[in-house]
Design a protein around this ligand. Structure first.
Ligand SMILES: [Zn+2]
Length: 428
């Protein structure tokens, strides 16, 4: 019986090859640039028509009042649900529909969706319109191969993942769309590669550190107190003690790439003194001792670390600087934090996806953890749903790069994997 369904799924997906290609091209050709959040309604309407034809009940949901939502750029989301013939679990595929800026260095039209050597090129091809298209084809092929399935299948296309997901998955989770009562399994088809299961991600702490000084005339710096020199002392202390300490903290999480298996810290920005002038300004700067200097830090932490401890470590470093500099004063402001998350390898969605990868690709699935966060954080924290993974076609390194592409064969294979997961979880 099971072997029978598997054969039917294989041929249903093979029969949809052209459809998979044109669906991916159509999605790439709708430039859903974020920021500012263009064409979100258009892409949701396109998918609503398509999924409506396939028998899904479709809801378009605007994240009204969410961060980023405005009259000019409303944050539209789509949730489509197909219900089977009897009681059962709900398997949900969540893709973000926004893409990042094009940037420089393209040799192809970023919204042309040109096919070359079995690849489709365009902004968002791998991150993640290819994954979205693969999940739609997987669901349609499974429903054709197994019309008497149990439970429900959901597909969502959500806004703003690239800018934190507040007008997308976070909003939907707050409104109960990811309540474990209605959704039991979630796959996020981010481009982690067709043979890898991503179990979760490291934690994030963004903060602003400000050093304080006193303004004075630049010709008499001894009458002021230079906040930039204080920040220089902070950065020197960071190099001497904090970076070496972070390098010793290693995780047992299977984080990729290798360099992200330790705690990391980036200084995202630094600013001190007079603001930079516009490019067309032709005057000279004014001589002042800077009274403020700020850096923005991006600390990524491990599941073995505690956020409070991460913050204490930073304060301890700042206190060491303070002890050595009589007039040193500082402030730390939290900007953003996300707890690390990792789904258990024994979770049902992990086990069925691993089994499906083995069947389709003839090799064992690899388990990875992402160095940065994605929408799983909201499903986990707000939705309280733990049975969630990222799995989808594409090469992660190509995301946000010029000449981004997704392989047609990779999309087909991962669509087969997703359809077999549906068979495993929903076939009668
Ligand atoms: Zn993405």
């Amino acid at each position: 019986m099971q072997a029978d369904i598997e054969n039917r799924i294989q041929s249903e997906i093979a029969a949809r090859r052209d459809d998979l290609i044109s669906l991916t091209q159509d999605l790439i050709r709708i430039p859903t640039l974020n920021p500012p959040g263009r064409n979100y309604h258009e892409i949701c309407v396109y998918l609503a028509e398509r999924l409506g034809r396939a028998g899904f009940k479709v809801d378009l949901i605007r994240a009204e009042g969410a961060l980023g939502d405005s009259i000019a750029h409303p944050r539209w989301n789509l949730v489509a649900r197909a219900v089977g013939t009897g009681a059962g679990d709900c398997v949900h595929f969540n893709s973000h529909h926004d893409v990042v800026a094009v940037g420089h260095g393209w040799t192809r039209d970023p919204f042309g969706a040109k096919i070359e050597d079995g690849r489709i090129y365009g902004r968002g091809a791998c991150d993640m319109k290819g994954g979205l298209a693969a999940s739609v084809i997987a669901a349609e092929a499974f429903m054709a191969a197994c019309p008497d399935y149990r439970g429900a299948i959901e597909i969502s296309a959500t806004a703003d993942e690239e800018s934190g997901g507040f007008g997308g998955v976070a909003y939907l989770a707050e409104k109960g769309w990811f309540d474990p009562e209605r959704v039991q399994h979630v796959i996020i088809p981010e481009p982690l590669h067709k043979d890898r299961i991503c179990l979760g991600h490291r934690g994030v702490w963004w903060a602003e550190i400000e050093t304080k000084g006193r303004i004075a005339h630049g010709s008499m710096p001894f009458l002021g107190d230079c906040a930039v020199r204080h920040m220089g002392a902070v950065l020197a202390e960071m190099e001497a003690t904090l970076f070496p300490l972070l390098a010793t903290k290693r995780t047992d999480m299977p984080v990729i790439p290798e360099g992200a298996k330790q705690s990391t810290l980036n200084v995202n920005a630094i600013h001190g003194g007079e603001s930079e002038q516009d490019e067309d300004y032709t005057g000279l700067p004014a001589p002042c001792v800077p009274d403020r200097c700020r850096i923005t830090i991006d600390r990524r932490f491990l599941i073995e670390e505690d956020l409070a401890e991460v913050k204490r470590e930073m304060s301890a470093m700042l206190e060491r600087v303070k002890a050595a500099r009589p007039t040193f004063d500082y402030e730390v402001r939290d900007l953003f934090e996300v707890q690390p998350t990792m789904t258990e390898k024994e979770a049902p969605i992990v086990k069925s996806t691993a089994a499906a990868i083995e069947k389709v690709l003839g090799r064992e699935a690899a388990f990875v953890v992402s160095p940065g966060t994605y929408d799983q954080k909201h499903i986990d924290r707000i939705g309280r749903l733990k049975n969630c993974i990222a799995y989808g076609p594409g090469v992660l390194d190509l995301a946000h790069q010029p000449d981004e592409w997704v392989g047609i064969g990779d999309m087909e294979d991962s669509a087969k994997v997703m359809a077999l997961v549906l068979a495993e979880l929903l076939a009668p």
